[in-house]
Each structure stands twice: as structure tokens, then as C-alpha cells.
Design a protein around this ligand. Structure first.
Ligand SMILES: Cc1cc2nc3c(=O)[nH]c(=O)nc-3n(C[C@H](O)[C@H](O)[C@H](O)COP(=O)(O)O)c2cc1C
Length: 219
């Protein structure tokens, strides 16, 4: 009797496990193949004159958990630049951030909210993004792909947790080059264990370096 009860209990436990694993798998597959658009920037209003190219770079950043935002905000303050935050319309927190992982593994585009700045006014950008699965996050990749950054000069600032190396940097720079973008500099910030003050300090060093390069090249 006791043996039967135990067998029944083991069978129920294993069935529950299978149901749970299948649900996770089904959800992963669903989120991998459900179609998403890319949207993003809205064009300048019709009839507006060709915008003046602004001298200062614009800081364009995406941040899921706030670290890149901290860096971007400090860069903006140190360089006296404007910022534009890229917003994803996808729900990103679901099931251990599975939509982030799937976007990276399946090279999927993000569904971006419209941006508020006229990006065509700037020929220099500082692009700040977290690294997701060894490459630039899907919201920032989508912005780069669809929003005519060709011929713009870009400094990249990539936050990560240390699982990021030279080969990743090379392939990210190649991605931008393939979209006609000139990469003037690429900075990686390992954020693991860093205090907000340390992040600010790191951002200020990067700002100094960018300012120096811009002065030398009279950009
Ligand atoms: C889905 C996902 C994938 C990630 N992949 C990597 C990775 O491949 N290498 C790494 O060093 N950090 C990786 N990270 C860590 C983030 O790059 C890091 O925490 C970053 O500072 C987060 O920036 P945020 O707070 O602005 O979103 C990943 C984070 C997420 C959410």
C-alpha cells in the first residue's frame, strides 16, 4: 500500500516536471517566432527646412535595468550634450528576460517607441547600450539598422558584466561599419560590483577621452 502510494507520488512529480518543462519550451518557441515590427523614429514634420547639423554629439542610449542610463547621464553632464533614451515596447522582464535572449539568438528586431529628437540633426552620436549575449542589445541594433545613421561618426559605450571580449567588440564595430557608420571609439564598462560613484567616475574618464579626441580632430 505504502509502496503504491510512493510510486503514485513519484509518477505525479515526474508528470508535473514534464508539464512545467514543456510549458517553458512552448513559451520560448512562441516568443522566438512571434512577429515584431521595428518602428522607432518619427520623420521630421513635412515642409520643415533641412535641419542644421549640430556640432555637439547626441547621446543615444538604451538601458533595461538602469546602469547604462547612469553612464549616459553622466556623459551628458560632463560633455554638455543632449540625450535621447531609446524605449522598447516589448515587455522585457518576462520569464528571466527571455525576449531579450531570443532577440539576440534569433537576430530579431525590437519594437521601438518613437524617438523625440530629430536624429538627422546630428552627425556625431555617442551610442550607449548594454551587451546582451555578446552583442549590442536588440533595441539599439534595431535603431542602428533602420534609422539612417550612414556617414555618422559614432562613439560606442557598451556596459556588460565582464563576459565580453575583443572578438565581441570587433564584430560589433563591423556591424556598425556595415551600416555605413564610422566608429571613432569603443569603450567597454564592466559594471559588476561597481557603485554608482564608480560608474560616474568611469563615465567621466570616457567623456574626457572623447572630448580630447574631438579637440584633436577639430570635430
Ligand atoms: C539578456 C541579457 C543578456 C546579457 N548578456 C551579457 C553578455 O553576453 N555578456 C556580459 O558581459 N553581460 C551580459 N549581460 C549583462 C548586461 O550587459 C549588464 O548587466 C549591463 O550593464 C546592463 O545594463 P542596463 O542596466 O543599462 O540594462 C546581459 C544582460 C541581459 C539582461
Amino acid at each position: 500500500m505504502l509502496k503504491n502510494k510512493r510510486t503514485w507520488y513519484t509518477m505525479r512529480k515526474s508528470a508535473m516536471k514534464r508539464v512545467w518543462l514543456s510549458s517553458v519550451l512552448l513559451l520560448a518557441v512562441y516568443y522566438a517566432f512571434v512577429p515584431y515590427g521595428h518602428a522607432g523614429p518619427t520623420a521630421p514634420a513635412p515642409g520643415t527646412a533641412a535641419p542644421e547639423t549640430l556640432h555637439k554629439p547626441l547621446i543615444v542610449y538604451y538601458s533595461l535595468t538602469g546602469t547604462t542610463k547612469t553612464i549616459a547621464t553622466e556623459l551628458a553632464s560632463a560633455l554638455s550634450c543632449e540625450t535621447e533614451q531609446i524605449v522598447s515596447k516589448k515587455y522585457r522582464q518576462y520569464l528571466w528576460k527571455i525576449t531579450c535572449v531570443n532577440d539576440q539568438l534569433f537576430d530579431r528586431d525590437d519594437d521601438l517607441a518613437p524617438v523625440t529628437t530629430d536624429l538627422t540633426k546630428y552627425n556625431q552620436l555617442i551610442i550607449a547600450s548594454p551587451v546582451w549575449i555578446h552583442t549590442i542589445s536588440s533595441p539599439m541594433r534595431t535603431l542602428i539598422k533602420y534609422n539612417g545613421f550612414k556617414n555618422k561618426k559614432v562613439w560606442l559605450v557598451l556596459t556588460n558584466q565582464g563576459n565580453y571580449g575583443a572578438a565581441d567588440e570587433t564584430s560589433i564595430i563591423k556591424f556598425l561599419n556595415d551600416w555605413g557608420i564610422t566608429v571613432k571609439g569603443c569603450y567597454s564598462i564592466c559594471t559588476t560590483g561597481k557603485t554608482v560613484q564608480e560608474l560616474h567616475q568611469h563615465a567621466r574618464l570616457i567623456a574626457q577621452d572623447i572630448a580630447k579626441a574631438r579637440n584633436q580632430n577639430k570635430d
